[in-house]
Design a protein around this ligand. Structure first.
Ligand code: ZN
Length: 275
């Protein structure tokens, strides 16, 4: 749903898998992430999707690392912070959930099922999803219900029916992960048809589907996610110079379509984030 001619842009600036070898402008330290957050906010992003890394650049669910990053971001910008509970491939459910329990961010991702992830796989059983949803609800952390597969959208209905998630619902459709569902207009439409009434959704096109997915989001009243977690190239064979460059383009094409990038406070109001 597009709110009053506005569109929400999320920047997933770091992710769990990308490295500086592949994308030299990847932000890793708290200072790098905070500067990125500030630049992306200025370029039109309202939400920062956050992963953190350890001293070796490896993805971690360390509460200490998340706290450092969040504190550094907060010193620079009012952007809404959404932390991952996906973690890195292979993390236990308990490890993945710990930063939500201890830091109570405004938003966090909640993966809605098991799926191939390249040559690895992500495991989320319904009992794990229920545990996460209950914890989020108790702490008033707004979930982005990440769906990599059509079955994940239907799996999320159990959480809704069981009262484990409160409206307004916000989904993230993660399309084009190798081994899962490619981005296409038809596939996006199928995911949309499976949504509970009144849900908002962000379209995340991985790799070369990033730009088509942004147009798909705009055309269908969805929201946009860009950033190095999803895609490191600005165009075919050309690396993006920064996360902000991706946000700038997303904001530009949204404006061309008559939409204004939403502010963090617009998101706080629309998704009724904890004050
Ligand atoms: Zn993520």
């Amino acid at each position: 749903m597009t709110m009053d001619g506005k569109i929400v842009i999320t920047c997933a600036c770091t992710g769990a898998e990308t490295s500086k070898d592949i994308q030299p402008a990847l932000p890793i330290t708290p200072d790098e992430v905070a500067s990125t957050a500030e630049e992306c906010r200025a370029a039109g992003a309202a939400i920062l999707h956050l992963h953190v890394r350890d001293g070796n650049g490896k993805a971690t669910q360390s509460v200490v690392r998340f706290r450092e990053a969040i504190d550094a971001i907060r010193r620079k910008t009012d952007i809404v912070i959404e932390i991952t509970t996906g973690g890195a491939v292979g993390d236990s459910a308990e490890e993945r959930l710990r930063p939500v329990k201890e830091l109570e961010p405004e938003m966090a991702s909640l993966d809605c099922g098991t799926v191939n992830f390249g040559n690895e796989y992500i495991v989320n059983t319904l009992p794990v999803m229920r545990e996460f949803a209950a914890e989020f609800r108790q702490r008033k952390v707004r979930a982005t219900l990440e769906c990599f597969d059509l079955g994940h959208v239907y799996a999320s209905h159990y959480l809704v029916k069981e009262g484990l998630i409160d409206a307004p619902f916000h989904y993230g459709f993660v399309l084009n992960v190798p081994g899962a569902v490619p981005y296409s207009v038809e596939n996006l439409s199928a995911f949309m048809r499976a949504l509970p009434a009144g849900a908002n959704f962000t379209v995340m096109g991985i790799g070369r589907s990033s730009l088509p997915a942004q147009y798909g989001a705009i055309a269908n009243g969805g929201w946009i996610r860009v950033g190095f977690e999803d895609n490191v190239y600005f165009s075919r064979g050309v690396l993006a110079s920064s996360n902000a460059q991706m946000v700038e383009r997303a904001a530009r094409i949204a404006r061309e379509a008559g939409l204004q990038p939403a502010t963090p406070d617009d998101v706080r109001k629309e998704l009724r984030l904890r004050a």
